[in-house]
Design a protein around this ligand. Structure first.
Ligand code: ADP
Length: 311
């Protein structure tokens, strides 16, 4: 068996080869794939999301021991749809599934924004799945599958065509995956209204898992995880005792990604004051409250830029 890193390079080279050829055919590709043989994210690093974690942990069996499903007279799942607001941990969950089942993680990144969205996305997807299938256990992650519904961005006939092609390619590939395959496709979306219903038909992305915004206790868990991670990285204590009863209420409605951003900003403020020669001290409840307040003021702009509502 090759070392994981070595195998990762080999897969990446195969993909580059195939994508190079597609590039010659189409001129301009509308996506690429990142491969991680050891994504390094575990379920323990994901805050909240108990139900989603339990379900996905169960699905690891489909990759590690698909025969067990057959022994109980059913087919192992091939596809999962994670749905919920942006920044709630969907890609973390997909990576954690890959880690638990020792599968290679393929992140297919489609450029979903412009008229570049073109005739080759279906082929990119099919080639990726073919390679993933041949290389052993795989989790193939498709971000923002609502890229298949681009009516609001492209002139309608072009959009319908591009989206129909991608849906057809995914459906065909999932339908054609042999029973013995140890490939799981995980698609993520924050727009269930924009999904093509044929994608969630039986045998396709037929396991639906909600990934909601965190409630208070989950927010606290995420904050503590981020805090512990920064302290591990720094090898020292960085935070004072925190008063969650005052921190949690103003964080209502914030996603895991936003909480991570607030923690990062609080630490960055310390970097700045240390650089200016000040006595930075530990991150306090007051520091975090200040960052939450500052973040809320720019949140709307960040969301619009990040999630394309300006388009
Ligand atoms: P999504 O795929 O739902 O848009 P991600 O999984 O990419 O969100 O999360 C983005 C970042 O936000 C993560 O890298 C992590 O730092 C943080 N994050 C989001 N949700 C969680 C969570 N439930 N637990 C811990 N960190 C989280």
């Amino acid at each position: 068996m090759p070392e994981p890193a070595e195998q990762g390079w080999a897969i990446q080279r195969r993909l580059e080869d195939v994508f190079g050829k597609l590039g010659e055919k189409y001129g301009n590709l509308t996506g690429y794939v990142e491969v991680e043989t050891q994504p390094g994210v575990t379920f323990a690093e994901i805050g909240g999301l108990q139900a989603a974690k339990v379900t996905l942990r169960g699905f690891a069996t489909a990759l590690t021991n698909p025969d067990l499903y057959r022994q109980w007279g059913i087919m192992p799942p091939k596809g999962v749809l994670l749905y919920g607001p942006p920044g709630t941990g969907k890609s973390l969950l997909a990576k954690a599934l890959a880690t638990t089942s020792e599968a290679t993680f393929y992140h297919l990144k489609l450029m979903n924004l412009t008229s570049k969205f073109g005739p080759n996305t279906g082929e990119l997807l099919q080639e990726t799945l073919t390679i993933a299938f041949q290389e052993g256990k795989a989790v193939v992650f498709l971000d923002e599958v609502d890229a298949v519904a681009l009516e609001h961005l492209l002139p309608p006939p072009q959009a319908r065509e591009a989206s129909a092609r991608l849906v057809a390619a995914l459906a065909e590939k999932l339908d054609g995956l042999p029973e013995s395959s140890r490939v799981m496709v995980i698609a993520a979306t924050n727009r269930t209204d924009a999904m093509d219903p044929s994608l969630v038909a039986p045998g396709r992305l037929d396991r639906l898992i909600e990934v909601p915004l965190p409630e208070g206790p989950a927010q606290q868990e995420i904050l503590e995880l981020r805090k512990a991670q920064a302290e591990r990285n720094a090898g020292r204590r960085l935070f004072a005792e925190l008063d969650y009863s005052s921190i949690l209420p103003p964080m209502g409605g914030m996603s895991g990604a936003e909480i991570a951003e607030i923690v990062r900003r609080a630490l960055e403020a310390k970097v700045h004051s240390a650089a200016a020669g000040g006595n930075a001290g530990l991150v306090s409840t007051q520091d975090l409250l200040q960052e939450i307040d500052g973040y809320k003021r720019i949140r709307e702009v960040v969301e619009k830029i990040r999630y394309g509502q300006y388009l």
